[in-house]
Design a protein around this ligand. Structure first.
Ligand SMILES: [Zn+2]
Length: 322
């Protein structure tokens, strides 16, 4: 998804995530952090800056529709707000760490190694692709390690990455590229299937990201008022939430098809920002998006409340670093 930081921020606030000043620490996890990353990727410290993905290619650049819903503060005496660390770094996995890798032959159909790690496609029920669940478990365990060392900054930062993948896991356009019936009807036109899947995904993300960052009251209300879902284990979240995410995809796809089919079949396109501002044509798809954000945030709140806050509280009690 796009605008992860706002979804994370509002969800964390609703479950009273402790907002304390945290000392920024250096990354010191080389020995335990054994996941392969893009060799070109360098760990960034973005405190006080923007959380967006920047690209020369307008298809991928988020700055064109960004607005600073969260005013990130610069560090003072090397310390920053724990809530801002959580929000900011819940975008981090989109900054390039997962691109440029060869992980599986299937990644070609998912837009490369980044798509392979950030999506979990299920088609015709039995075809499943992508390693999102693995990413969620991986960063959840790194967060435990960091909190275990009372390294609060990295404990939160690894949890933020966990939340990123969890939010992707709960995003309908990350759960299916298109509907099964669309594939069956267009089986002889793979290029058309590819263009439609790519364009709907990227433009749906732009549409929702724009409205979240620009405080669409329906979206903000959906996130703020969603009910907290309680979980006892991460496995419980992973096995019980994806089916509903997939079911939410069908009405969204149908509506996008009505709005965009004609202009998006032939090649990659990006809709103009003007088109998605105050356009009554989009009211139905925005309603579906609000339902999805309500669902997704209720689970993110459960993760933060049941797993992250207890670790953080324990670490605060044992720490000298704040
Ligand atoms: Zn992602």
């Amino acid at each position: 998804m796009v605008a992860h930081d706002v979804l994370t921020y509002l969800s964390a606030k609703d479950v009273n995530f402790p907002d304390i000043n945290v000392k920024i620490t250096d990354y010191s996890y080389e020995e335990v952090d054994t996941l392969r990353y893009n060799p070109e990727y360098k760990i960034e410290y973005r405190e006080g800056k923007k959380p967006t993905v920047s690209s020369d290619n307008p298809l991928f650049d988020e700055n064109i529709f960004y607005n600073d819903f969260i005013k990130y503060s610069k560090p003072v005496d090397g310390k920053v707000s724990s809530l801002e660390v959580l929000a900011m770094y819940s975008v981090e996995p989109d900054w390039g760490m997962d691109t440029g890798l060869y992980l599986s032959p299937i990644q070609k159909l998912m837009g490369g190694s980044n798509g392979y790690r950030h999506m979990r496609y299920v088609l015709f029920y039995l075809i499943r692709a992508g390693v999102l669940k693995k990413q969620i478990r991986y960063f959840d365990s790194l967060s435990k390690i960091a909190f275990g060392k009372n390294d609060i900054y990295w404990g939160i930062r690894f949890s933020a990455r966990t939340i990123h993948y969890l939010e992707d896991f709960l995003t309908p356009v990350h759960a299916k590229p298109c509907t099964e019936s669309f594939i069956v009807k267009n089986i002889l036109f793979p290029k058309k299937i590819f263009n439609i899947a790519f364009n709907y995904h990227i433009n749906f993300e732009k549409l929702t990201g724009y409205h979240i960052w620009h405080s669409n009251p329906e979206f903000i209300g959906a996130i703020e008022n969603s009910k907290i879902r309680e979980y006892r284990s991460l496995a419980g979240i992973l096995s019980n939430t994806h089916l509903k995410t997939r079911l939410m995809f069908y009405p969204i796809f149908k509506e996008l098809d009505r709005l965009w089919r004609k202009k998006m079949e032939a090649k990659p396109v990006i809709i103009e920002t003007e088109e998605i501002q105050n356009n009554p044509e989009y009211s139905r798809v925005l309603k579906y998006s609000a339902n999805w954000l309500e669902y997704s945030s209720s689970i993110v709140k459960g993760y933060i409340k049941n797993f992250l806050i207890p670790r953080l509280t324990e670490s605060i009690n044992g720490s000298k670093s704040i």
